[in-house]
Design a binder for this molecule. Structure first.
Ligand code: SAH
Length: 364
């Protein structure tokens, strides 16, 4: 369909697709451009072309090949997992083009198989289904590599695959610059991806905390895959907020704390909302840091921009009565191409922060 201004002049062509981000997406500003098979083929070809260096990197075999509006088609993304494609559909509107998009992928990539996640239930929720689309079904877990780290991936077990590819650069920095000889607490640890990166970087101890029972087995699996023993690799299935209290009581302190919570989470006795609660979370995490320790604070919440995120971090450290300095800032990696006209597309904000205990320094 076309968008017109109030005088009936052409503005853009796009499609209607209700999703949590809005009502649809602009696809073209050119009046004569048809939204047909070749439109989709061209966009996907251009996106693949931009990622050619990823395809030739044998140390990283999982990455994003199409990032929605950043690559010119909002409402969908496509990831590459060592020869298998995973398409995320964020609205029924874009899903109606499925056949063309699957055809484009089949003809332009060497994909052995294609999977999908339908994320267009109310509120952008995943619609549970057999997510296989076409080609071969591999034996799961599928083993992928990221900067040489091995991760186990499941493409047909619910909404998530076992790894969030957007944290690739952050995991590498943790491994290369912050882990050696350190004690690392990884909260909201999911399958322990940050813990494994830290362990491979030489962390002397990692503690991974996640509420989900499956995190235990999945985290163990990742450690095993990377040839890491389970000594000093504690995996705790617990509510992070409860763990914080217990750790504080026991006087536990860590050199590094990783904070990468979901934007919203509801546990039995806690509701966490990043825009409301991130500052408090920082203060709780900071309380468990050694003097001079490092907080890796991350949020994928699109409604918090970097400026607001830094303010929340500041509030958190102030409440914990600690000084801090930001060492590094990260956003999405290059394969997660964003769109300048839609700032929210750059949703990932990550800070490496060095903490200093004010009280202790005064006493010395
Ligand atoms: N940081 C992870 C991704 C986190 S996904 C990574 O980089 O791989 C969000 C995780 O938070 C899920 O595994 C979910 O089980 C967990 N979670 C949500 N609320 C929680 C809570 N209150 N306590 C512990 N874990 C929680």
């Amino acid at each position: 369909m076309s968008l017109e201004d109030k005088n009936g002049n052409f503005v853009a062509r796009g499609y209607i697709g209700r999703q949590n981000k809005g009502l649809g997406w602009v696809l073209s500003r050119k009046e004569k451009e048809a939204i047909d098979e070749s439109f989709f083929f061209n966009k996907i070809a251009a996106a693949l072309g931009r990622r050619s260096r990823y395809f030739s990197d044998d140390q990283t075999t999982a990455f994003r090949i199409f990032n929605g509006e950043g690559d010119g088609i909002g409402g969908m993304s496509i990831d590459w997992y060592d020869g298998y494609c995973l398409i995320n559909w964020y609205s029924l509107g874009i899903y109606s083009f499925k056949e063309t998009i699957v055809e484009a992928l089949s003809s332009m990539t060497a994909a052995k198989g294609i999977y999908e996640k339908k994320r267009f239930d109310s509120g952008g929720k995943y619609v549970p289904d057999d997510d296989f689309v076409k080609g071969e079904r591999p034996d799961f877990p599928l083993l992928v590599k990221e900067n040489g780290i091995r991760y186990a991936v499941y493409l047909n077990e619910g909404a998530m695959t076992g790894i969030f590819l957007d944290q690739r650069d952050v995991r590498r920095r943790l491994k290369d610059a912050y882990a050696k000889g350190k004690t690392v607490l990884n909260t909201f640890s999911y399958t322990g991806a940050f813990s494994v990166a830290a362990a491979l970087g030489g962390a002397k101890k990692t503690v991974s905390v996640d509420l989900a029972n499956r995190s235990l087995e999945r985290t163990r699996e990742q450690f095993e895959l990377n040839g890491l023993g389970d000594e000093d690799r504690e995996i705790v299935v617990d509510d992070v907020f409860k763990y914080f209290k217990k750790a504080e009581k026991r006087g536990l302190l860590f050199d590094v704390v990783v904070l990468d919570p979901p934007s919203f989470a509801r546990s039995k006795d806690h509701v966490f909302s990043a825009p409301r609660d991130y500052g408090k979370l920082v203060s709780q995490a900071a309380a468990l840091l050694e003097d001079g320790g490092v907080l890796l604070a991350s949020t994928n919440c699109a409604t918090i921009d970097m400026q607001r995120f830094k303010e929340m971090v500041k509030e958190g450290f102030r409440d914990a009565k600690m000084d801090f300095s930001v060492l590094e800032e990260h956003a999405l990696p290059e394969d997660f191409k964003t769109c300048e006209e839609y700032r929210e597309s750059s949703y990932l904000k990550v800070l490496f922060i060095k903490a200093a205990r004010i009280n202790r320094r005064r006493m010395e």
